[in-house]
Design a protein around this ligand. Structure first.
Ligand code: NBP
Length: 477
């Protein structure tokens, strides 16, 4: 029997995806550069389904049904190129290489163009949900050709997570679109996590609640509109007690956040696209700032804000304001992410169904949340929706939340509690709702020092003022 699909790269992700496929009845060829991993998979999990272990690249390729479907789950970057270079010469026209790793979308675009010339479909698939998702149902964001998705889609839709009977896998768009959307997913994840962390910090420092009490607050919030995987696990982490010291776990963890890079890619790419993903950027910079230990030592002696203890009823009122601020900021963070995908779709010619993107993020991935169902509905109802805030339901909620949102950001500033993501989200809201922006002054400055010209509100054309002789008539250039 020939295999329906082959997986090469059998570290945690590849092994679990191969098992997921086999458990769903597919015959899966398995291969790894170091054969011991293949052997280990067969020994431990071989009974779970039909696997065809292959030691050499040739055996692996020969084990596959045509058109061949070969999935790569190796380290992103040079390792992925090395594996493509090894296998592509063994493939035939019409075969498919799927890269399920965390590739940068620009690499995926390059690889797709290169392999397309050789008649091979290259499918960059963003796989979210970590090892657990890979095994039990990930969210899969698939790029590449429609023809390839027609063949691979049923397979991805079978092994992906499901919400209300719908699969969390879809064809996002051509070439790098799948990996792009996965990257933005991770950027939104950074923002979501940072916003939750800021909410915790404010509840702790301003309202003086203990981690266990804050865990209870998050549990309550998780029953409402903030219902999400991240809120749920936050409550778990906050209620955890360190076994060694008996102290809250969150108090014994070093406060320097790590990052593997996809949040950073989102921000770097956003700069290139001129997409103002400020909340995602602040979340990424907040992680970077937390790791600047020398700077933190230098700043630590400097004065902070006013300490005004809150009474119990004030603390309760503040808690409800923080819920509003968290929700409003979250809507902004997601809106920024979707805007960035829209900007990229225009730049790269991707025809993206935003409702479908929100739909496949409802399950299997880290940002899964009840809220995504509403985003999906909003985009399905109005496929040209420019912003979530253009949808009456969201607009109404933000209108209701804006006063408490401002109160929370102002309280954070007065008390000296850092809330960079809350503040960035609010500034973004105020920037985009402003009648007039001081960008007009920037244009004046640019024209002054660099003769960069400006447009006028009352006439067509590009103008330059002779700043050395401002009374001379401006030139229409
Ligand atoms: P790793 O990213 O740790 O990569 C290990 C695998 O790459 C092994 O199979 C290793 O083979 C293989 N490999 C390397 Br390294 N260099 C190679 C080369 N030059 N030629 C052939 N094979 C090579 O594995 P992972 O943690 O399972 O992740 C796999 C992919 O999935 C990565 O792109 C990762 O970024 C992504 N990922 C996604 C998530 C998620 O939540 N979506 C989570 C974790 C990882 P060896 O056994 O011979 O050394």
């Amino acid at each position: 029997t020939r295999a329906h699909i082959g997986v090469t790269g059998l570290a945690v992700m590849g092994r679990n995806l191969a098992r997921n496929l086999a458990r769903h009845g597919y015959t899966v060829a398995v291969h790894n550069r170091t054969p011991s991993r293949t052997k280990a998979l067969m020994e431990e999990f071989g009974h779970e389904g039909t696997f065809v272990p292959a030691e050499t690249a040739r055996d692996f390729v020969d084990a596959l049904q045509r058109p061949r479907r070969l999935m790569i789950m190796v380290q992103a970057g040079a390792a992925t190129d090395a594996v493509i270079d090894e296998f592509a010469p063994l493939l035939e026209s019409g075969d498919m290489i799927i890269d399920g790793g965390n590739a940068h979308f620009a690499d995926t675009r390059r690889r797709e163009a290169d392999l397309r010339e050789r008649g091979i479909h290259f499918v960059g698939a963003g796989v979210s949900g970590g090892e657990e998702g890979a095994l039990n149902g990930p969210s899969v964001m698939v790029g590449g050709s429609k023809e390839a998705y027609a063949v691979l889609g049923p397979m991805f839709e079978t092994i992906s997570a499901h919400v209300d009977g719908e699969a969390c896998s879809t064809h996002i768009g051509s070439d790098g679109a799948g990996h792009f959307v996965k990257m933005v997913h991770n950027g939104i994840e950074y923002a979501d996590m940072q916003l939750i962390a800021e909410a915790y910090d404010l509840l702790r420092q301003v309202a003086q609640y203990s981690p266990a009490e804050i865990a209870e607050i998050f549990r309550t919030w998780n029953k409402g509109r903030l219902n999400s995987y991240l809120i749920e696990i936050t409550a778990e982490v906050l209620s955890h007690t360190d076994a060694d010291t008996g102290r809250p776990f969150v108090d014994v963890v070093a406060d320097a956040a790590g990052q593997k890079g996809t949040g950073r890619w989102t921000v770097q790419t956003a700069l290139d696209l001129a997409s103002p993903v400020t909340t995602i950027a602040q979340a990424t910079f907040a992680r970077a700032a937390s790791g600047q230990s020398a700077l933190r030592t230098a700043y630590r002696p400097l004065p902070g804000g006013m300490h005004i203890p809150k009474t119990r009823s004030e603390a309760e009122r503040f808690t409800s304001q923080v819920e509003q601020a968290l929700y409003a900021s979250k809507v902004i963070a997601y809106d920024q992410g979707f805007t960035m995908i829209q900007d990229a779709a225009l730049t790269y010619g991707w025809d993206i169904d935003f409702g479908a993107v929100a739909g496949i993020w409802r399950g299997g991935c880290i940002i899964r949340a009840a809220f995504l169902d509403r985003i999906r509905t909003a985009h399905k109802a109005a496929p040209d929706l420019v912003s979530l805030l253009a949808e009456p339901g969201f607009a109404e909620e933000i209108t209701a939340a804006q006063v408490p949102w401002r109160e929370v950001v102002a309280t954070a500033a007065r008390r000296g509690v850092p809330a960079p993501a809350f503040a960035a989200a609010l500034s973004y809201y105020d920037t985009l709702r402003a009648d007039r922006l001081p960008a007009a002054l920037l244009q004046g400055q640019r024209d002054y020092f660099g003769a960069h010209t400006y447009r006028r509100t009352d006439r067509q054309g590009a103008f330059h003022t002779h700043w050395a002789h401002p009374d001379r008539p401006e030139t229409d250039v």
